[in-house]
Design a protein around this ligand. Sequence first.
Ligand code: ACO
Length: 325
Amino acid sequence: MAVIRSVIRGVGAYLPKRIMTNDDFSRIVDTTDAWITERTGIKQRHIAAEDELTSDLGIAAAKQALVRSGIDPGDIDLIICATATPDRTFPATAVRIQAGLGITNGAAFDVQAVCSGFVYAMTTADNFLKTGLFKRAIVVGAETFSRILDWSDRGTCVLFGDGAGAVVLEAQPQKGTRDDRGVLSARIRSDGRYEDLLYVDGGPGSTKTTGHLRMNGREVFRHAIQKISGVIEETLVETGYAAEEIDLYVPHQANQRILDGIAKRLGVNPNKIMSTLAKHGNTSAASIPLALNQAFEEHRLKEGNLVLMEAMGGGFTWGAVLARW
Ligand code: ACO
């Protein structure tokens, strides 16, 4: 039976110019390049300039994705931005991105699921496209996490970076089989009991401040492998694919040890798991589209490839999207 699928037509990314290395951090907090590399796989991260906002990063990424998609900006009718670091409390960063792209059609709004934000935004866009309400969407993950870090807390400030990535999705009729192009499965989950393990200690409605990121890293780590492996396994069962049939895993980038742990648990070759941790650090909602963009530029994503994106973040929130490129 013919169905509508959300086909990925283009991908793009943007990273701020300024790079901070692990050695730069050793001059700010009591840490070493050896500790950060061994525990996380991170070597450097990009930091936004003072006058560079989350929307600026998102606009640059979306522009590249649009050019590569060959779709006219005027034909875009949905923009979803996943971010936990919006320019302002309101309006939504997505609306500022819409204006920056010169788009006046359709609707634009933000999705807030921290590091799972891109998976949440893709799932939302996919469902809107499948119902026929919108035809062409830009899904952006954009973050300036440097703005919510406690720069005196060595347990968190070394982990995160800034950046943005975007994809352009188009609703296309497909056969309705698992060989179709586009999103084949999208699932999201959350469990608010774990808020205290990963949160920001401020907000307009509580402290009237922005606040700083707080994390119990060891506990988050423990949950991450379990929850991510679980949602990947559910996706594979739903679509009938075996773990090794996936051409490329594009996970949220939190820690190389989490990526290695998932590879081991699923029994897949670690070469099939995209890692950008060394260069980008953890860019929260931006990490998956940034990694997708890198995979595309390295010619690791070809038409017909199966790509599985997954993430876990504050909330806890988690989820996975399986798509055929
Ligand atoms: N440099 C040197 N030592 C450090 C540093 C640092 N940058 N940070 C912490 N330490 C110390 C700690 O103080 C502790 O010292 P102690 O034993 O004297 O108390 C020791 O190292 C071990 O600390 P742990 O926190 O237990 O270290 P762990 O091996 O768990 O690594 C890390 C910490 C990297 C944060 C890891 O737990 C992790 O990656 N967790 C998962 C994070 C994650 O998945 N985030 C995803 C979601 S993010 C989001 O949603 C916004």
